[in-house]
Design a protein around this ligand. Structure first.
Ligand SMILES: Nc1ncnc2c1ncn2[C@@H]1O[C@H](COP(=O)(O)OP(=O)(O)OP(=O)(O)O)[C@@H](O)[C@H]1O
Length: 354
């Protein structure tokens, strides 16, 4: 069941929180709304669920207009950050809740409950109360409760935020497995880029109530269309530049002091001013021994050894600071104060509109 959102407006007290948002989420897609606090992702999710009313626009599940339907008539499964389990009901009764609301009972219903709990690895705690479970187990119960009703759409609001780092990765895998097995259209809200990149088929990066860029994790990471997306999804060095030469092959030659670097050019028309985007892990460091001028001349001003990599901060001649993550053998081989050249493959650097 795909989701179609057309020209949606949502406001609180007369202020638009979502403004003219249109979005298509294909059937079976794991779709993530990614963005910082306050950008409107929870509001959008809750509007899809029916807990928040749209001021204007429409939401369709497949071809059915659900805009004015209450949540319980949308056949959705919902998972929240704080689990939202009933504390006075057992695990089994929590999972059975949605089935009972649909008029089911008896052994046939309990069979479904047992099956769903076994699916998330919790067949052995059916008779416990939520208070006697760990955070990870509670979120698995919440997942089983959402999935047992065989919803058309699964909606998840920061479901991993309350868990520690290790559990987060485990539950991430559980969610991905369940979603793929059931092939259920899923909307997942997070502010965590790693979660978004690792779990999603498609990501919508939100900024101030709008989807600023839509794409696969790789598209979003490798070809951010705006500085906001580049910065929010992964770290990025951003330098305001003027393109010296726009080449016919789509590259731009940029002069930074005396040094030249080549980058993909996404500027259109006659525009020459833009922002050079370079990921720290795409830059390579070399000692500055030769007269080579292809690359960024810099001096190491900070370095942080992180085991598998070393993070350097370089000062360019005009005092601009850039970050470089060095991997491979001898990645910590540059001392503070060393003069270096940072090079980048032209396919990895890009100039975008400012
Ligand atoms: N019930 C409400 N009444 C008034 N304003 C609200 C309400 N809920 C959210 N807002 C405002 O709407 C904007 C978007 O909030 P929303 O919770 O959707 O953002 P978010 O991206 O999910 O952020 P977070 O991750 O912090 O929840 C914020 O400015 C917020 O203060």
């Amino acid at each position: 069941m795909g989701i179609d959102i057309k020209n949606l407006y949502v406001n609180y007290g007369g202020m638009d929180v979502i403004a003219d948002l249109s979005l298509t989420i294909p059937e079976g897609c794991f779709f993530t709304l990614l963005g910082p606090s306050g950008c409107g992702k929870t509001t959008l999710l809750r509007t899809i669920a029916g807990f928040v009313q749209a001021a204007k626009g429409n939401i369709y599940f497949q071809s059915q207009d659900v805009t004015r339907l209450p949540p319980h008539r949308r056949n959705i499964g919902m998972v929240f950050q704080d689990y939202a389990l009933f504390p006075d009901k057992t695990v089994a009764e929590n999972v059975a809740y949605g089935l009972r609301a649909r008029g089911e009972s008896g052994e046939a219903m309990m069979k479904k409950v047992r099956h769903e709990l076994e699916h998330v690895g919790l067949g052995h705690v059916m008779d416990r109360h939520p208070a006697a479970l760990s955070g990870g187990q509670r979120q698995r119960v919440a997942l089983a409760r959402a999935m047992v009703i065989k919803p058309q759409v699964l909606l998840m609001d920061e479901p991993l935020s309350n868990l520690d780092a290790k559990l987060r990765i485990q539950i991430r895998e559980t969610i991905s497995d369940l979603q793929r097995e059931a092939n259920i259209t899923t909307v997942f809200v997070t502010h965590d880029q790693e979660e978004a990149l690792s779990m999603s088929d498609r990501i919508g990066v939100m900024n101030k109530g709008k989807v600023e860029q839509l794409g696969t994790p790789k598209e979003i990471y490798a070809t951010p269309r705006t500085a906001y997306v580049a910065d929010f999804v992964g770290a990025a060095n951003r330098i305001n530049v003027t393109v010296a030469e726009a080449n016919a092959d789509g590259t731009a030659r940029i002069m930074l002091g005396d040094a030249a670097i080549l980058a993909r050019n996404t500027l259109t028309g006659t525009s020459r001013d833009g922002i050079l985007i370079m990921r720290p892990e795409d830059l390579r460091l070399k000692p500055r021994t030769s007269a080579e001028m292809q690359g960024l001349m810099g001096r190491v001003v900070k370095r942080q050894y992180l085991g598998g990599k070393t993070s350097y901060k370089l000062a360019l001649p005009d005092e601009t600071l850039i970050n470089v993550d060095s991997h491979g053998d001898d990645h910590d081989g540059f001392e503070i104060g060393t003069d270096v050249i940072a090079t980048i493959d032209p396919s990895k650097a890009m100039v975008i509109a400012s």
